[in-house]
Design a protein. Structure first.
Length: 185
């Protein structure tokens, strides 16, 4: 049976599918619309993405998309491990500006369900890390937004120093949360 654990922000869920194993290895159903709908999770995922990260300490994020192309994400690790983070950026939310995080590993099969209205990011905990994730909205560059990964107001403990982190040029210039204009999700 799949276990679903709400994190400190209960909209963000840690989902751990059951693995059925024998001498050959194991099998796991990573997403079942029927099973998840029976637990109150009704998502229509429209795209699967995969990301490879060569170096430990690679940080991607914190990213989101706004209305009319907001996205929820279901993130899992296929190889390696990450520390995965979701920050509530929904205007008016009681948990606005609060973050939650979870370690996701290929070995454990954990997944993080990041709802619409959350900025998402992660740091790789080792080299050669591969992620697979589903989204419920199409990619729309005009609706992209983000928050700088090391925003001191968020105080996220990424487990990597600023000097050791590897980021894209785009992610290095994202604004602080306090500088975002209110957006709609």
């Amino acid at each position: 049976m799949t276990t679903i654990t709400p994190l400190a922000i209960t909209d963000v869920l840690l989902i751990t599918p059951k693995r059925h194993g024998d001498a050959r290895g194991w099998f796991s159903e990573t997403w079942s619309r029927k099973t998840m709908a029976s637990k109150g999770l009704d998502y229509d995922f429209v795209q699967d993405n995969q990301a490879f990260n060569a170096k430990a300490g690679t940080v991607r994020g914190l990213h989101y998309q706004t209305f009319p192309h907001a996205q929820a994400k279901l993130v899992r690790v296929v190889a390696g491990a990450i520390f995965d983070v979701a920050v509530d950026v929904r205007p008016g939310s009681p948990s606005f500006g609060i973050w939650v995080g979870a370690k996701l590993t290929a070995e454990g099969g954990e997944q993080l369900l990041v709802p619409r209205g959350f900025a998402h990011g992660y740091v790789t905990l080792g080299p050669d890390c591969v992620l697979a994730y589903k989204v419920d909205g199409d990619y729309a560059p005009k609706c992209e937004g983000g928050v700088i990964w090391n925003d001191p107001d968020l105080g996220i403990d990424w487990g990597v120093s600023e000097d050791a982190a590897t980021l894209s040029d785009k992610d290095l210039v994202l604004p602080r949360l306090k500088d975002l204009a209110p957006v709609q999700f």
